[in-house]
Design a protein around this ligand. Structure first.
Ligand SMILES: *Cc1c(COP(=O)(O)O)cnc(C)c1O
Length: 391
């Protein structure tokens, strides 16, 4: 490099064959494009006749490593990654739902997903039918009328309603529809929708998979032919995941099982504690026998997860008194982090609804959503106790 000029050296010096042999961690390959010495090889890769990378909007080695992780965890044929969970969901819906098609889903999907059903898909001539969450008879009837896609999410936000994946994906199959399940709350540690009959599973990797609230991403896994179709849409509309967050998510996923096991156990203890507290009116956690979805949850989940919500005895003023007194939580949106996060659906997930709409969805104004972190549960219980005492 000594004979070249400074400007050239600034560009070329130190750049070369990529990975140090023997590295035990997937490197962050932030290269946008991939070079070839041999034009024939380049063309073969571009035509998909040979393995390789061309351009990172399509595929990237770090992102591929993450895709492989979720593929194996969900026991899927194929997987592909997106910039956010909403990108995974919207790309999937827009790939399969074109003018004249019909989708059946539930009223309690994640806020962004619900907006796609209510505001966007109808604009493109897609028929949307949203059933009462947990009313399986109604869902089966709507599906049997004929549809192209059944979209489920379980457990749901924020009251942790549980949907029978096996039952509704069987109904979908009979109607010739594909079933897509948002598995964000459960994670593949607690639940595998594909094994229950779903065709595709989507994740907001921003939540439990990443686990540290420091990277955003979305993942889709399932039947190869279907994943391939969504991948082709994503490569063109450009909602691709970058190598940096892919690395962060894959790193977080290495401790996924440890974190989820801890969060399962802690959430169960906290739910039992809250249930017997005089200042708590109701606890929503699928692990509780009193929960409406407990029987189905027991059948299809290996653990009940780290998400719960509870209603204080009283109105929203109680929540305003209670939440700021908690010391071991971030009062923040999102969920599934190593640190405990809490907030009222009224200011977070369901902020855009009116009080009447929230009531219709069965969301009390005094509801607190609580995403259990990996802290010692004794400390979380003591924190809840001192804050409840002050209410
Ligand atoms: C957060 C979330 C999403 C959206 O994911 P982003 O990464 O924020 O785009 C979708 N579904 C569920 C259940 C979620 O909690």
């Amino acid at each position: 490099m000594s004979s070249i000029h400074k400007g050239t050296a600034a560009v070329w010096a130190g750049e070369g064959p990529v990975h140090t042999p023997g590295t035990i961690s997937t490197p962050i390959v932030s290269s946008v494009t991939f070079a070839y010495k041999n034009l024939n090889e380049w063309q073969r890769v571009a035509l998909g006749q040979q393995e390789g990378f061309i351009y990172s909007r399509n595929t990237n080695p770090t992102v591929c490593a993450l895709e492989e992780k979720i593929r194996v965890l969900e026991d899927a044929e194929a997987a592909t990654a997106f910039a956010t969970g909403m990108a995974a969901i919207s790309n999937t819906l827009f790939t399969f739902l074109t003018a004249g098609k019909r989708v059946v889903s539930i009223k309690d999907t994640y806020g962004g997903t619900s907006k796609i059903f209510l505001d966007f898909l109808p604009q493109y001539g897609v028929h949307v039918s949203l059933c009462e969450t947990g009313n399986h008879e109604e869902a089966e009837m709507e599906i049997a009328k004929g549809c192209d896609l059944v979209y489920l999410e379980t457990p749901t936000n924020p009251t942790l309603k549980v949907i029978d994946i096996q039952r509704l994906s069987a109904a979908a199959k009979k109607a010739g529809a594909i079933t897509v399940v948002d598995n964000t709350f459960a994670t593949p540690i607690n639940q595998n929708p594909l094994a229950l009959g779903a065709d595709l599973v989507v994740h907001s990797a921003t939540k439990f998979l990443c686990g540290h609230s420091d990277a955003m991403g979305g993942l889709l896994a399932g039947k190869k032919e279907l994943v391939q179709k969504v991948f082709q849409f994503r490569e063109i509309n450009g909602a691709s995941l970058q190598a940096d967050p892919a690395y962060m998510i894959a790193r977080g996923m290495k401790t996924l099982q440890l974190r989820i096991e801890r969060q399962n156990t802690s959430a169960m203890k906290i739910a039992h504690y809250l249930q017997q507290h005089s200042k708590v009116k109701a606890v929503y956690y699928p692990g509780l026998e009193s929960h409406s979805g407990h029987a189905i949850a027991k059948k299809q989940m290996r653990g009940f997860g780290g998400m719960m919500s509870f209603a204080l005895d009283g109105g929203y003023d109680r929540v305003e008194q209670f939440l700021p007194n908690l010391k071991l939580v971030h009062l923040a949106a999102s969920l599934g982090s190593v640190s405990t996060l809490a907030g009222p659906p009224r200011t977070t997930s369901h902020v855009e609804l009116t009080e009447a709409q929230r009531k219709h969805l069965g969301i009390p104004e005094s509801l607190v959503r609580y995403s259990v972190g990996i802290e010692d549960v004794e400390d979380l219980l003591a924190d809840l106790e001192q804050a409840l005492t002050k209410v």
